[in-house]
Design a protein around this ligand. Structure first.
Ligand code: F6P
Length: 320
């Protein structure tokens, strides 16, 4: 393989740049040329490409976002769009592709690899952490730490005013971010799409906490579960306590990647290139425990990814 491409797709995640750097520098060290494809699958269809070398990825290791830009492409979902992408790859002389992104992006990688025979390796990068085949996706740790810092700050004002704060975090249809920050931030309640919501029980827990001397209450809500504003209103109705709501939003996608995300990005970016050079197609790389692993994208999806409910139970025990 003499030339590979790399692109980022879907919602940006902090650590994508560190991953691009790892891909480019691993390829360069193996004597393989690299082309950066800008703006995800849309850019691939249009042939929006730039040559990359070791210097072009200098100074980006600690920067959030992605220097290749990113997009969500509706065109690529169609067979015609995929045909255009395949034609573009052959025009650009790209023999293998590293695709860095979340669940939807890796579905695209699967299509290119399995349906069109393009050598493709996917690298999971999404704050949602909802990609099967890996314990952690790039960007999740940073998003959790950004949200946690915000929650710690909110706790100060919540305690001063003796209020209940309902804080909504991202995560699309899943509760990985909410569970992690809820546990780390000592939330009095965590509302997840994966667990039926019982606001009577939550209200009772908060009232009992007040009786025992608690001065503040934090409820972390996953966006895929319910609206923070609605939860705040209903908790106020049930408890009579003063409530406030905060939606953390896109702040969770930005910021300097944590050391953990940079190391993950370095390991997975490197492994993706090695897998391509070994002739893998429709594969993805990920971590299982402390080991980097490569798997077939289809096989990973069959196993699926679910939250660890024991962490949810632990959070409930500790939040009395
Ligand atoms: O998938 C990442 C994510 O940040 C989700 O958590 C969120 O639901 C979504 O993207 C927001 O998408 P957009 O940036 O297109 O509004």
């Amino acid at each position: 393989m003499e030339r590979i491409g790399v692109l980022t797709s879907g919602g940006d995640a902090s650590g994508m740049n560190a991953c691009i750097r790892a891909v480019v520098r691993t390829a360069v060290s193996r004597g393989v040329a690299v082309v950066g494809i800008r703006r995800g699958y849309d850019g691939l269809i249009r042939g929006d490409a730039v040559p990359m070398d070791a210097e072009s990825v200098g100074g980006i290791l600690n920067r959030g976002g992605t220097l290749l830009y990113t997009a969500r492409s509706s065109r690529f979902l169609s067979r015609e769009g995929q045909q255009e992408a395949v034609d573009s790859l052959s025009r650009l002389g790209i023999e293998g592709l590293v695709i860095i992104g979340g669940e939807g992006s890796l579905r695209g990688a699967r299509a290119l690899g399995s349906d069109w025979g393009v050598p493709v390796v996917g690298v999971p990068a999404t704050i949602d952490n909802d990609v099967a085949g890996t314990d952690f996706a790039i960007g999740f740790d940073t998003a959790v730490n950004v949200a946690l810092e915000a929650i710690d700050k909110i706790r100060d004002t919540a305690a001063s005013h003796e209020r209940v704060f309902v804080i909504e975090v991202m995560g699309r249809e899943v509760g990985f971010i909410a569970l992690e920050v809820g546990l780390a931030g000592g939330a009095e309640a965590i509302l997840l799409p994966e667990v039926p919501v019982d606001l009577d029980a939550v209200s009772q827990r908060i009232v009992e906490g007040r009786r025992r001397g608690k001065t503040s209450s934090i409820i972390v809500v996953a966006e895929g579960c319910c609206s923070a504003v609605e939860v705040g209103r209903r908790i106020h109705e049930r408890t009579g306590l003063e409530t406030r709501e905060t939606i953390l939003g896109h702040i969770q996608r930005g910021g300097t990647p944590t050391a953990r995300d940079r190391v993950l990005a370095a390991r997975l970016g490197h492994a993706a290139v090695e897998q391509l050079l070994q002739g893998r197609r429709a594969a993805m790389v990920g971590v299982s425990g402390s080991a980097v692993q490569a798997s077939d994208i289809d096989a990973a999806w069959k196993i699926g990814k679910t939250i660890d409910l024991s962490l949810y139970r632990l959070a409930q025990v500790l939040a009395i």
